[in-house]
Design a binder for this molecule. Structure first.
Ligand code: FEO
Length: 396
């Protein structure tokens, strides 16, 4: 069934209940691919869905109008979860025009190798559909070069592409206020930001300023993933905080272990953090998925990373985590490496190099023990944890 989100504006997307992996990001709550239909003199479809969900989208459109009545298609974003069904949709609908950003045209042409009736639009371009008017807003690198958003003036709806999205499958389509979120939704909103948009914090701050400067008051935000937000102030506030790097009084200890020595240290650091009165979290890299760890890291000002030395290097799981984290360009975080070793002990130094390569300055040269930590070393780790918390975590 389609859902009317405003008079003559419908959600006609698809719900992916079973998707659990989005190029490496664990999507335990599934997702949706949101497409929207505006019924006016020019019937307009905004975005499509992943290719395998074409029939689901077409069935929803068909409950409103025959799909062949669509005049315009707007492609806010080239990535295949939104354009995957575009070729089949265009072949059936034969739209008069396909609107996209200039780099959207480049991306769609490279993906589909088709001569479609493209119309390039830029920030400020307006399009009259009849009663309704659309305004386009380019949002390059949020999160692809082609990305743009579309604003429906009369209903004050921002079709925000991936922005403000959440990988969350549910029968609920509309969230009326923060208290109306389905269970676990806010975590998925944050997880999406952390795993997809964290590197673009500055661009997001600029976007929020641009939206305010253009006087675009958003009554509804209709993203390409998750639910549609009425009264979206709480989502905008959350984005503002995440983009600005606002932190909570919390710290993370992230580790892997071979014979539990590094784990003993991890737990001692954790004890110290707890003694200092901050929210402390312990994450074993083989039990917490890295996409969840970075979600928690988003608003943590301090994290400790521990690995034993294995074959003169760090554990592969730590290498994977640090590679992933480096791509997300975390900013303004205090970090420290720790670990255990038998005879060579390179892991801590290698972790420090990785931290520096991602632009973070380790706040300590690193803490490591040979073979098994003794009670005094564990006490030192505990005291150091408490000290780092006092020095680098703002009290709650
Ligand atoms: Fe949901 Fe960038 O695609």
């Amino acid at each position: 069934m389609p859902v009317e989100i405003a008079p003559n504006v419908y959600w006609v997307g698809a719900i992916d209940w079973t998707m659990r992996d989005f190029h490496g990001y664990l999507t335990e709550a599934g997702s949706t691919y949101n497409a929207y239909l505006i019924v006016d003199e020019k019937v307009t479809l905004i975005d499509t869905v992943k290719k395998s969900f074409l029939a689901e989208m077409m069935a929803r459109i068909s409950e409103i109008i025959p799909p062949e009545r669509i005049d315009y298609i707007i492609s806010n974003h080239t990535e295949m979860d939104h354009s995957g069904a575009l070729a089949e949709t265009i072949a059936r609908v034969r739209p008069e025009k396909v609107f996209c950003s200039p780099l959207g045209k480049v991306g769609l042409s490279r993906h589909f190798k088709e001569e479609w009736p493209f119309v390039e639009v830029k920030t400020g371009t307006e399009l009259a559909l009849g009663r309704f008017h659309l305004l386009f807003l380019e949002t390059p690198m949020l999160h692809w070069p082609d990305s743009m958003m579309t604003f429906l003036r009369e209903e004050q709806i921002l079709f925000s592409s991936d922005g403000f999205g959440a990988h969350y499958a549910s029968s609920q389509r509309l969230i009326r206020n923060r208290h109306d979120c389905p269970p676990g939704y806010f975590y998925q909103l944050k997880k999406y930001y952390a795993n997809i948009l964290m590197p673009m914090g500055t661009l997001i701050s600029q976007l929020l300023e641009k939206v305010a400067k253009l006087g675009l008051e958003c009554k509804i935000i209709a993203s390409d993933h998750g639910c549609v937000y009425e009264n979206p102030g709480w989502v905008l506030e959350a984005y503002k905080d995440w983009a600005a790097g606002v932190t909570q009084p919390k710290a993370l200890v992230i580790y892997d272990t071979m014979w539990h020595s590094t784990e003993l240290l991890a737990k001692s650091f954790l004890e110290g953090l707890m003694e200092a009165g901050v929210e402390a979290q312990l994450h074993h890299l083989r039990t917490t998925h890295y996409s969840d760890i970075v979600t928690e890291l988003l608003d943590a000002p301090l994290f400790l990373v521990g690995s034993p030395t294995l074959n003169n290097g760090m554990f592969p799981s730590m290498g994977q985590f640090l590679t992933y984290l480096k791509g997300l360009k975390p900013k303004k975080k205090a970090a420290m490496a720790f670990g255990s070793y038998g005879w060579s002990g390179q892991a801590v130094g290698l972790i420090n190099k990785e931290l520096e390569a991602m632009g973070l300055k380790p706040v300590h040269e690193g803490f490591q023990v040979r073979y098994i930590p003794d009670p005094e070393e564990l006490n030192q780790a505990r005291a150091l944890g408490a000290q780092l918390a006092r020095e680098h975590v703002r009290a709650g």
